[in-house]
Design a protein around this ligand. Sequence first.
Ligand code: ATP
Length: 239
Amino acid sequence: ATTGRTLTVRGLTVHYGGVCAVRDLGFEVPAGDAIGVIGANGAGKTSALKAIMGLVPRRVGALRFGDVDLSGVAARDMVRHGIGYVPEGRHVFAGLPVDKNLLLGAYARKWNAETRATLDQVYELFPVLGEMRGRLAGALSGGQQQMLAIGRALMSRPRLLLLDEPSMGLSPKLVEDILAVLLRLRAEGLSLLLVEQNAKLTFEATSSCLVVENGEVAMTGTSERLRHDPRVRRIYLGL
Ligand code: ATP
């Protein structure tokens, strides 16, 4: 296990039949950094993340994690390369208890003292999950399910976490909770790629961002610069 891997994406393109959802996207997530992708509904953000994961057919010029070529790696094997994924809409196993949901996130690992320690870390990060460990995931609130989806992804001990709209459908208070979690993960050295419609959250959680429009990069810059950009303020922050 090595630390310090950069995700490199070059020339990422996704077609659904005749529809081009992502066109020639390129960016990097440096080791330990947090990068955001903001865009309107339908801009192609989810397709880009799914394509990185291998969940939809993709074309890439290059897809690397450190010096590992991911361009031929199937979605189920991404976790072994240190990449965790929190899908849009959470997709927890509603009929299973919280602790079983978390253990499923460690499916690629042996159950041992290290897995137990990871589970304890997840309960420490999300105390509510520890309190509700025996409850069915389907009985949790939307915010708790989002925490569970993040916790489940952390069970594989990823070096890079891909998050698809973790703030979706959450109250402003819960969005603040998500922000706090993202900042803490970042402080612990985890790399983050955060896809969001919530530009305010994204600018606070990341160091730089891509703005995606119609499947293409429309703007890039540091989050600090973009949050003050007049066009970004008007279109994405509603100011
Ligand atoms: P959202 O906010 O809904 O997550 P998004 O920015 O993630 O939006 P995508 O879901 O990636 O956007 O969709 C990008 C484009 O691709 C849209 O025009 C969408 O209609 C289209 N699209 C997405 N999935 C499919 C599919 N399975 N088949 C055909 N077209 C699709």
